[in-house]
Design a binder for this molecule. Sequence first.
Ligand code: PMP
Length: 450
Amino acid sequence: MAKDTNDILAQDAHLIQSFADLNALKQQGARTVISRAKGAYVYDSEGNELIDGIGGLWCVNIGHGNEEMVSAISNQLQTLDFYSTFYNFTHPAAAALAEKIAQLAPGHLNAVYFGNSGSVANDSAIRMLHHYNIRKGKPNKKLVLSRHGAYHGSTHLAMAMTTPGYSEGWHAASELVHHLRSPHHWREGGEMTEVEFLDALIDDLKQSIERIGAENICAFIAEPIQGAGGVVTAPAGYHKRAWEICQANDIKYVADEVVTAFGRLGHFFASEDVFGMVPDIITTAKGLTSGYQPLSATIVSDDIHEVISGPDGMFLHGMTYSGHPAAAAAGLTNIDIMEREGIPERVQTTGKQFENNLRGLMDIELVGEVRGSHFMMGIEFVKDRATKASHPAEAQVGLKVARACQKRGLIARPLGNVLILSPTLIMDAPMIDQIESTLRDAITEVAAGL
Ligand code: PMP
């Protein structure tokens, strides 16, 4: 029997939500109940059809309600519902997916550790590097270089690697992490040109390594494009130069491709194809199963795999659901669909069109910067374009624009003064135009009321 919205909200009083003002939720209840989904759309409990402009949470890459995915997961559960990959056991789905990921991943990245979230993938990457360095007789080589504006997850260590603002109110493992400057030229570059700013960022990296000592640093972790930090692209050439410095200092480069892999930027992985470098570890999740099952992968280089599988003792790291059969089956079928339908290649055209259309919104005065790439975009609103001054937080500009979008049938994600768009990758030209015109109307309406 279908429940009505009030029944669901009464039950929802027992749910602790993620990244929410729990007090406001207690007073007002959840904003929207999403009840079902198909293709590029979701439907709320009142029956409203909404374009899923955020792809679930940057993850439903192949679109919702794909029946082939549902069958593959169901078939897997009927054959083998669960077995672990602990203590020398394995199963066909995890083995096949590990091989497939190794084939798709760049260069020497040929070994995969599965987890069930991006946070766990990043924690696992650092734990594996600690283990690697202990085995190499370098137990002090354990600190991590991250960056302001980063988002790497919500477990203890992943949150410590995330930009410091997220750890307020929590104890994070901050003694392990040093944050470098944000790579956001428009906000942080001052009077510098993009090239000068790039040099300043690279100097910051070099000086930090000198100050902390390369012998104490195991990893530099970076998203190719910062996502939850407001969709921030670094100056051209940044990742490659940072990677070269890491290589010269025996520091492993961890590319957090939780969002950027599996087609969102037009390739299975962005590190090599978009940014021209092959990291030592790629972490990914989200688009790996298009969100149909929780699954993450920590993909490591032959060198790391070789050392951690050496003769000196056990690899004491494991999650019960690592490589869960249903999640692995979802990953395999998702990749199969992406390859068969040429989804990453298609995004090279449709994603570019999406990006270009959104950049056209710069003609609205409230819009300070449109940034990102392909189907990973952010729009920052400003009070004054010349000074880049923001509206005060109480003005809730991002939230107001998101609400104005939703009223018009589009879900977008507010993040302070930024609006994030990361739709499914099955957008066609008319849908892209519709998102643009909805955004234009919503932003114009909010601007008029400020
Ligand atoms: N890394 C990045 C770049 C992310 O965007 C996220 C989540 N949005 C994570 C890690 C953490 O993933 P999860 O929420 O699955 O733990």
